[in-house]
Design a protein around this ligand. Structure first.
Ligand code: S3P
Length: 170
């Protein structure tokens, strides 16, 4: 454990996958997205929530993250991965970038994508905010650095993340 080069955490729709992919390209490293890895092995994430339930999804997510953290690369974690205390403990040993986003900006981003925790919610933005408020302390706890993704192109954020990674010999 501890071989991962850089880990991205943050709430749903903070831009972890998009910025992670660009950052990996800039650093010449492979990119892994925990939800994608889970989907490849176990099936689409929204379906896992429906068929197995959230608790089982979290078990699968924990196993997947533990495995991914042994690889060298840029790793984007699903927004809820930091709920797991073992994952939080693992993250103490690797460089962790926390991506934030304002609620106004997230409203637009939530219209795209299929997010099981917000599915069927009459007020998805309020639900997003509640979930974020519950987890904020954990994101802050595991983070080594924070970048906000609310304004400007994602590529610019990726450049700043890559620069930080190089300086911190990630
Ligand atoms: C979740 C976030 C999702 C995905 C799942 C649960 C969460 O990933 O793992 O829907 O608990 O915040 P993104 O953060 O990439 O949307």
């Amino acid at each position: 454990m501890g071989e991962a080069t850089l880990v991205l955490v943050g709430p749903m729709a903070a831009g972890k996958s998009s910025i992670g992919r660009s950052t990996a390209k800039l650093l010449g490293l492979p990119f892994f997205d925990s939800d994608r890895v889970i989907a490849r092995k176990h099936g689409a994430v929204p379906e896992l929530f429906t068929t197995l339930g959230e608790a089982k999804f979290r078990e699968i997510e924990r196993e997947t993250v533990a495995e991914l953290l042994t690889d060298k690369g840029v790793i984007a974690l699903g927004g809820g991965a930091i709920i797991d205390p073992l994952t939080r403990a693992d993250l103490e040993r690797v460089p962790v970038v926390y991506l934030t986003v304002s609620a106004d900006v997230v409203a637009g981003r939530l219209k795209r994508g299929n997010r099981p925790l917000l599915a069927g919610e009459p007020e998805p933005l309020e639900r997003w905010q509640t979930i974020f408020d519950e987890r904020r302390g954990w994101y802050e706890q595991v983070a080594d650095v924070t970048f906000d993704t609310s304004s400007g192109p994602m590529q610019h954020v990726a450049e700043r993340v890559a620069e930080w990674a190089r300086e911190h010999k990630a």
